[in-house]
Design a protein around this ligand. Structure first.
Ligand code: H79
Length: 433
């Protein structure tokens, strides 16, 4: 990874935890953000939602406060998703929030809210656009991006589309102050890199926003990291990899095996956009563990919410965020600025590390004393419960002689016996070497 990327992504790698917000016209039918494509709707049919859009409860300050209370350090909003509807006041289209009942630039308010609450601010921008007449929508019935039968006879001028797309990106990077992050989505098949005139696009973006962090999807997708994960990244390969709905088994490295910045993007239930019938939410405990998993592999997690048509984040999501916030308020030190540990992954949980401090995330009650694999007894300086700072007792194996190289700890009175974890949900030990 080059020095420039390392410097620009410093805040991002330290932040570790962000909020993704998928919101647009699709929150009205409430079946996820792909409904236009899945139902093979025409632009005219989908326009019904444009006529209906009236987010009376839109108050991005509320969203941003929730993110902050959950311990998130940045937030990314869909300025435009695949359906082409703009939450911002683009001069290049009428298909925008300004022309709906909302009557104003919703991106502007979001950006302002983030800055007010001291959150880093990012915008998601779909390079796919199902609304623009010059964007291809048909051609391969097997392909999710090219299966809208309504457009069987389409005749398009892709150059014209690119001019539009580049123009909108320019509006975003020139009209909203300093942006911290841009999340382009996504390349597929041969629609990648220079097909989007990616070099020209990135040059333009960088001329206005030299420090903005850019994802890798002008070249890659959820399925391929692109050349960012090789020894010779292209100019437009981006600053971070963006694995979607999966944590890579070993994080993300380049060909030399050097870690590169990456961010898991994931949903709380199984949809990005608001979906009224999807109540299959992950538990807060699972999400905490996924965050820890990312950090233990040098990555970030951006967790999605899909506000409803009025602009409210679903109560289920609010409850989850509140729980995450409780955990983070006690244990954030094991997340921010932390990364992969030099120690091997323990079978009872995870290690994260910052400098000489190890954070042991203990998931299971041990058989006897807890073996701190990889840490010799004489290497230990001090162990405390991160949640309250109280000291943790040294333990020992029943047959310590067999394990002279492993430090043990005990959760109770007797150094060799089993005790339940102080709090099964969030036992994090701070170990100073
Ligand atoms: O913005 C979110 C998604 O809409 C977009 N990227 C994230 C951040 C995205 N997710 N998946 N994809 C793009 C690739 C396409 C997946 C598909 Fe499907 C599988 C399209 C059709 C089948 C997912 C499932 C969407 C509809 C059904």
């Amino acid at each position: 990874m080059n020095q420039e990327i390392r410097e620009r992504t410093k805040w991002f790698m330290d932040a570790r935890f962000g909020m993704f917000i998928h919101w647009g016209l699709y929150s009205i039918p409430a079946c996820g953000e792909w409904i236009m494509s899945q139902k093979e709707m025409t632009v005219e049919e989908y326009r019904t939602y444009f006529e209906q859009f009236d987010p009376v409860d839109y108050d991005p300050k509320k969203w941003v406060k929730l993110a902050k209370e959950a311990g998130m350090k940045y937030a990314v909003l869909t300025a435009k998703h695949h359906d082409g509807f703009c939450l911002f006041d683009s001069k290049l289209t009428d298909y925008k929030a300004t022309n709906t009942k909302a009557g104003r630039d919703l991106v502007r308010e979001f950006v302002d809210a983030c800055r007010e609450e001291d959150l880093r601010v990012g915008l998601y921008f779909s390079i796919i656009d199902w609304h623009h007449p010059d964007f291809p929508k048909f051609g391969d019935r097997q392909h999710p991006m090219r299966n809208n039968k309504a457009y069987e006879n389409e005749e398009i001028d892709f150059e014209r589309y690119l001019e539009y797309m580049h123009g909108q990106v320019k509006e975003l990077v020139t009209g909203y102050g300093k942006l911290d992050l841009l999340w382009f989505d996504f390349s597929y098949d041969d629609m990648t890199g220079e097909k989007w005139k990616a070099t020209e696009l990135i040059k333009m973006v960088r001329s206005y926003q030299p420090d903005v962090i850019i994802d890798n999807r002008l070249e890659g997708s959820g399925e391929s990291h692109g050349s960012i994960a090789t020894e010779h990244p292209l100019f437009y390969s981006g600053d971070f990899a963006s694995p979607e709905q999966i944590i890579p088994p070993k994080g993300v490295c380049d060909e030399k095996g050097e870690p590169i910045p990456w961010e898991l993007c994931t949903t709380m239930n199984n949809h990005w956009g608001y979906c009224k019938f999807d109540h299959q939410y992950k538990t807060p405990q699972m999400l905490v563990r996924k965050l820890v998993e990312c950090v233990s592999k040098d990555g970030n997690m951006i967790l999605n919410v899909g506000p409803d048509a009025k602009g409210n984040i679903p109560q289920e999501s609010i409850n989850i965020l509140t729980d995450l916030g409780k955990w983070m308020s006690k244990n954030k030190e094991s997340i921010y600025g932390c990364g992969i540990s030099k120690l091997e992954k323990p079978d009872w949980g995870r290690y994260t590390q910052k400098g000489n401090t190890i954070y042991a995330h203990v998931y299971e009650t041990p058989l006897g004393a807890l073996p701190l694999y990889g840490i010799a007894p004489d290497k230990l300086d001090k162990i405390t419960y991160l949640a309250d700072g109280s000291e943790v007792r040294r333990g020992e194996a029943w047959n310590t002689a067999l394990y002279p190289d492993i430090a043990f700890i005990s959760f109770g009175e007797d150094p060799v016996f089993t005790y339940p974890l102080p709090d099964e949900k969030d036992t994090v030990l701070k170990i100073e070497l």
